[in-house]
Design a binder for this molecule. Structure first.
Ligand SMILES: CC(C)(COP(=O)(O)OP(=O)(O)OC[C@H]1O[C@@H](n2cnc3c(N)ncnc32)[C@H](O)[C@@H]1OP(=O)(O)O)[C@@H](O)C(=O)NCCC(=O)NCCS
Length: 169
């Protein structure tokens, strides 16, 4: 059974999470989990102090008792200085990170995690938004297929060299 468990850089399980790995040829597709957990901590601290920026919601992915992956979504507030904003000046949900350990890929776990995270996002726990966005390196066929299977549709844009896809909430 695949389950999600909230995790942070301060969690007991943090060392296990940062030990998860992708194949060498996938390293350009996703940040490592140490970076993601540090980024989540910083963004949440900044948001708590200023009310601006992003709220990050990171999860460890378990198959039964074993940690096999990491997922993180964000709630992004409008940034008037960002001329490549995903949905103009509206807040959005963003499927920020998805990483399945190399020893557990191609077994349907990525698709199941997207389904479970989207169940959470559809409840709009951090606030309203019209869309959930994701972006991936154009040659990342695994990511493209995983999000397309759920119903994400590419919107024709490329931002920071990544293909943008979105799902209407
Ligand atoms: C992308 C990733 C999360 C997919 O997770 P997964 O558990 O392997 O995915 P699933 O087994 O659920 O497969 C989902 C679909 O993608 C396809 N797929 C997965 N990896 C693939 C690959 N390397 N090449 C081609 N297709 C791939 C599967 O065949 C399946 O398609 P299907 O349902 O049409 O058969 C995983 O490969 C990963 O962590 N990659 C490295 C990090 C990354 O790219 N993250 C996403 C950044 S946006």
């Amino acid at each position: 059974m695949i389950t999600l468990k909230p995790i942070s850089i301060l969690s007991e399980e943090m060392p296990m999470c940062i030990a998860l790995e992708v194949y060498p040829e996938q390293e350009d597709y996703v940040a490592n989990n140490a970076y993601s957990l540090a980024e989540a901590y910083e963004e949440n601290k900044n948001h708590a102090e200023t009310g601006k920026g992003e709220i990050a919601v990171p999860y460890a992915v378990y198959e039964n008792d074993q940690m096999v992956g990491f997922a993180m979504y964000g709630y992004f507030f409008p940034d008037p200085e960002d001329d490549e904003a995903y949905d103009n000046q509206n807040p959005i949900y963003y499927f920020w990170r998805l990483l399945i350990d190399k020893n557990h890929q191609r077994r349907g776990i990525g698709c199941e995690v997207v389904r479970q995270v989207m169940d959470i996002i559809k409840e709009k726990p951090q606030g309203d938004a019209k869309y959930c966005y994701v972006s991936y390196v154009p040659d990342n066929i695994g990511s493209k297929t995983t999000f397309a299977n759920y119903g994400f549709q590419e919107d024709g844009r490329e931002i920071d060299g990544e293909t943008v896809a979105r799902y209407a909430l």
